[in-house]
Design a protein around this ligand. Structure first.
Ligand code: ADP
Length: 721
C-alpha cells in the first residue's frame, strides 16, 4: 500500500474520488441535514477503504457488485468507485430538479383551487348564483326552446356535451359557449305572424308615409298582390335604385309594415370580404357569423323583410367576392340551405323577403342584377320636395325636437327658400337636416322662454302665498302641495308660448348661414368665352358640370385636368379634332391661317378638380366650349347640354336623361340640349319639370352649336366630312 500511495496515478485518482465524494456528501447534507459524520470519515479513513465503504452503501446491480469485488487492483477499484459515486450524484440532482418542477405546478393549481373556493364562497355570500354550471343549464333550456330542426339539434347536442366536459378556464370553452348561444338565439322556426294582407290598407300605408312616387308604389302593390295570391311565390327581389335621400329605405320599411313583418337593415356598403356575408370559420380566433345570420339573430324571426342596403357598394378583392355569396342568398333555389361558415349548419333563408337598394346600377355584377327587379327612383322636383317637406318632414322634425305647431311654424315660402338656396340634391336628406337645424334653434329659444312665460292663474294663486311667506321669512315650508283642481293639463298649459315662432328669412340666414346656391351661378360662370354647361350623372343623381377651356402660347398641345378617366380624355381629343377639322367652316380662323393651334396650347379643365369624372356624355359640351373659346362668343347661360359625339359629328344618345333633366331644373336652367334619340326618355320626366324647360333635340354637333349660341352657329350646312 505504501508503495502505491506514492504513485502519481493513485494520487490523482484519490483526489478525484475525494472531490466527487465531497460533492455527494454536501448535496446529501443539504437534503437531509446530516452528513457531519461522513465528512469526518472522508478526512480520516484511507482513500481505498473509503471507496469500499461508499460503494457498499449504494444500491447497485449484482453485476456491478461482482465487478467491484473482482477488481483487486486498488487503482482500478478506486476509479470504479469514483464512477459509481458520480452516477449517484447525478441521479440525485435529476430527481431534485423533477421534484422542484412538480412542486411548482402543484402549488399553482392549489392556489387556483383555493382562490376559486374563496370566490364561490363570496358569491354565495352575495347571493350571486350565476355559476358556470347554472349557465350551462340555462343555455340548454334555451336550446330546447329554440325548436331547431332535428339534424341541427343533434349537432347542437354534440357541441353541448363537449362544452360540459370542459373546464370554464379551458381554451375553447368560451368560443364553444358563444357558438351555442348563437344556435339557441337564431329563429329557426320562430316567425312573426303574417296577417291577412289587405291591399287597400297597404296602399294607404304607402300613401301616408310617402308623397308622390306613384309608379313605384304601384309596382310595390303589384308585388304585394302576387304575394297575397301565392304566398310561397318566389318573385324577384325588388331593388330600389336612386340617389341618396329619395326614400329607398323608408319604402322598404313600408313594405315590411304592409306585410306585418319585422324589418331589418343590413348595410353592405364597403363590404369587400366574403366572410362579411358568410362568416368566418370557427377555427379562426375572433370568428363571427356573417351579417345575414347576425341580422336574423337581432330581429329574432325567420321571416323578416331584410333590406340589403347599398348593394352596389360591395367590392371584391383578395379576400373573396361578396357578390357571389349574395348570389346564393338571393337565389330562391339555393337559399333554403344557406351555409354560413361560422354556423356550419345550413339555415333556411327562404322565408325572408329581401329588398335591396343601390345608388347606381352599373357597379352591380350582372348575375346579381339578374336576380333583382330594378325600380328606379329618379329624385324629386323642387315642387315635390316642397310637398314632401310640408306634409312629412316638417311634422316629423317638430316631433323629434319636442315641438309642435304651437311653438314653431314653417311657412311654405320659407321652406321653398331652404330648397332653393340651401339644398341642391336629388333627395330630401339635406332638406330634412336643414329643417332640423331650424327646429333646434327654435327649441333653444322656446326652452329659454319657459322662465318668462306667465303662469296660469291657478298656479299663481297657489304660488303667491308660499312665495310671500318665504319672502317674509315666516315658518319653513316643507312641502308645496298642488291642489287637486290644478291637473296636469293646466300645468302644461302654463308653459305655452304666447305666440309661436314663425321662421323668417332673417332666421334662415342666422341659422343656416348665407345662401349656398342661387340661380345666378351659371350666368356668372359662363360670363367668359370658353365655358360651357354640361349635364352629368353621378351616384347622387344628376349634376350640372361646367367645362372650361383656355388657350395660351405653346406648341399645339392639349392639356386636360380635373381627375378625368380615359373615356373622357378621348372625348376631349375627339372634340379637338372635330373643331380643328371644321375651323374654317366655323369661321374660327381666317382662310389663309389653316392651323387653329398655331403657336398655342389648349387647356381644358373640369371643375371640381377633386372629384373623379369619366364617361362619354361630355362630348358635345367639350366641343361647345372649344368653339366658344376660339370664336370668342359666350355660350348661353340658360342652356345646358349632354350627348356623346362621334368623330364625324353625330350626336349619340346617353344614359340618365331623367336625372340630368331634373338636375338642370334644380339649377334653374331653362334650355336643355339632348341627343335626338333620347326623346323617348323624356316620358319619364315629370310634366311639371318639362313644362318649365325648353328641350332642344340635336342629331348632329352642328345642331348643338346652333342651339348653344345666341344667334346660332355659322356652320349651317352639314359638313361633307
Ligand atoms: P334613401 O334610403 O333613399 O337614402 P331614405 O329612405 O333614408 O333615403 O329617406 C330619407 C328621408 O326622406 C326619410 O326620412 C324619408 O322618410 C324621407 N322621404 C324620402 N322620400 C319621401 C317621400 N316621397 N315622402 C315622404 N318622405 C320621404
Amino acid at each position: 500500500m505504501d508503495q502505491i500511495e506514492q504513485e502519481p496515478d493513485f494520487i490523482a485518482l484519490s483526489r478525484q474520488f475525494k472531490a466527487t465524494a465531497m460533492e455527494l456528501i454536501s448535496v446529501l447534507e443539504q437534503k437531509q441535514k446530516t452528513g457531519g459524520r461522513t465528512k469526518v470519515l472522508l478526512e480520516t479513513v484511507p482513500v481505498h477503504k473509503l471507496a469500499d465503504i461508499f460503494v457498499a452503501s449504494f444500491e447497485i446491480s449484482f453485476e456491478e457488485q461482482l465487478s467491484m469485488l473482482d477488481s483487486v487492483d486498488v487503482k482500478v477499484r478506486l476509479s470504479k468507485a469514483t464512477e459509481l459515486v458520480d452516477r449517484h450524484l447525478q441521479s440525485i440532482r435529476v430527481a431534485e430538479k423533477i421534484t422542484q418542477k412538480v412542486e411548482g405546478q402543484l402549488s399553482k393549481s392549489q392556489k387556483e383551487f383555493l382562490l376559486r373556493q374563496q370566490m364561490r364562497a363570496i358569491k354565495e355570500e352575495l347571493g350571486d348564483n350565476d355559476d358556470e354550471e347554472d349557465d350551462v343549464a340555462v343555455l340548454e333550456r334555451k336550446m330546447q326552446d329554440a325548436s331547431m330542426p332535428v339534424n341541427i339539434w343533434k349537432h347542437a347536442q354534440r357541441e353541448l356535451r363537449r362544452l360540459k366536459k370542459m373546464q370554464p378556464q379551458q381554451p375553447g370553452y368560451n368560443s364553444s359557449r358563444v357558438y351555442l348561444e348563437l344556435l339557441a338565439d337564431l329563429p329557426w322556426q320562430k316567425a312573426s305572424e303574417e296577417r291577412e294582407l289587405d291591399l287597400k290598407v297597404a296602399k294607404e300605408c304607402l300613401d301616408i308615409e310617402h308623397y308622390g312616387l306613384e309608379k313605384v308604389k304601384q309596382r310595390i302593390i303589384e308585388y304585394l298582390a302576387v304575394r297575397k295570391l301565392k304566398p310561397d311565390a318566389r318573385g324577384p327581389v325588388l331593388c330600389f335604385v336612386g340617389p341618396p335621400g329619395v326614400g329607398k329605405t323608408s319604402l322598404a320599411s313600408s313594405i315590411a309594415a304592409a306585410l306585418g313583418r319585422k324589418f331589418v337593415r343590413i348595410s353592405l356598403g364597403g363590404v369587400k370580404d366574403e366572410a362579411d356575408i358568410r362568416g368566418h370559420r370557427r377555427t379562426y380566433i375572433g370568428s363571427m357569423p356573417g351579417r345575414l345570420i347576425d341580422g336574423l339573430k337581432r330581429v329574432g324571426v325567420c321571416n323578416p323583410v331584410m333590406l340589403l342596403d347599398e348593394i352596389d357598394k360591395t367590392g371584391s378583392d383578395v379576400r373573396g367576392d361578396p357578390a357571389s355569396a349574395l348570389l346564393e342568398v338571393l337565389d330562391s333555389e339555393q337559399n333554403k340551405t344557406f351555409n354560413d361558415h361560422y354556423l356550419h349548419v345550413p339555415f333556411d333563408l327562404s322565408k325572408v323577403v329581401f329588398v335591396a337598394t343601390a345608388n347606381r346600377i352599373q357597379p352591380i355584377p350582372p348575375p346579381l342584377l339578374d336576380r333583382m327587379e330594378v325600380i328606379e327612383l329618379p329624385g324629386y322636383t323642387p315642387e315635390e320636395k316642397l310637398r314632401i317637406a310640408m306634409q312629412h318632414l316638417v311634422p316629423r322634425v317638430l316631433d323629434q325636437h319636442g315641438l309642435s305647431f304651437d311653438f314653431l311654424q314653417f311657412p311654405e315660402a320659407m321652406v321653398q327658400l331652404v330648397i332653393q338656396r340651401y339644398t341642391r340634391e336629388a333627395g330630401v336628406r339635406n332638406l330634412e337636416r336643414n329643417l332640423a337645424a331650424l327646429a333646434r334653434a327654435a327649441a333653444v329659444r322656446v326652452a329659454e322662454q319657459d322662465h318668462s312665460v306667465p303662469l296660469s292663474k291657478d298656479v299663481q294663486r297657489l304660488a303667491s302665498p308660499l312665495l310671500d311667506g318665504r319672502l317674509a321669512g315666516e315658518a319653513e315650508v316643507e312641502m308645496e302641495v298642488i291642489p287637486m283642481g290644478v291637473n296636469k293639463h293646466e300645468i302644461s298649459n302654463t308653459f305655452r308660448v304666447t305666440s309661436p315662432f314663425i321662421v323668417d328669412e332673417a332666421m334662415l340666414e342666422k341659422v343656416l348661414g348665407p345662401p349656398r346656391y342661387d340661380d345666378r351661378e351659371t350666368a356668372d360662370r359662363v360670363a367668359t368665352p370658353g365655358v360651357s354647361v354640361g349635364l352629368v350623372w353621378t351616384a347622387f343623381g344628376g349634376e350640372v358640370q361646367f367645362v372650361e377651356a383656355t388657350a395660351m402660347v405653346g406648341k399645339g398641345d392639349l392639356h386636360l385636368t380635373g381627375q378625368l378617366g380615359d373615356v373622357i380624355k378621348e372625348s376631349a381629343q375627339i372634340a379637338m379634332t372635330w373643331v380643328r377639322a371644321r375651323a374654317t367652316e366655323l369661321k374660327l380662323v381666317n382662310a389663309e391661317e389653316s392651323n387653329i393651334l398655331e403657336g398655342r396650347d389648349i387647356h381644358i379643365h373640369f371643375p371640381a378638380g377633386a372629384v373623379p369624372k369619366d364617361g362619354p356624355s361630355a362630348g358635345v359640351t367639350l366641343v361647345t366650349s372649344l368653339v366658344s373659346l376660339f370664336s370668342h362668343r359666350r355660350v348661353r347661360a340658360d342652356t345646358a347640354m349632354t350627348g356623346e359625339m362621334t368623330l364625324r359629328g353625330l350626336v349619340l344618345p346617353v344614359g340618365g336623361v331623367k336625372d340630368k333633366v331634373l338636375a338642370a331644373h334644380r339649377y334653374g336652367i331653362k334650355r336643355v340640349i339632348l341627343p335626338e334619340r333620347n326623346l323617348k326618355d323624356l316620358a319619364e320626366v315629370p310634366a311639371a319639370v318639362l313644362s318649365g324647360l325648353e328641350i332642344l333635340l340635336a342629331k348632329r354637333m352642328e345642331d348643338v352649336l346652333d342651339h348653344a349660341f345666341e344667334g346660332g352657329c355659322p356652320l349651317k350646312k352639314y359638313s361633307k366630312l
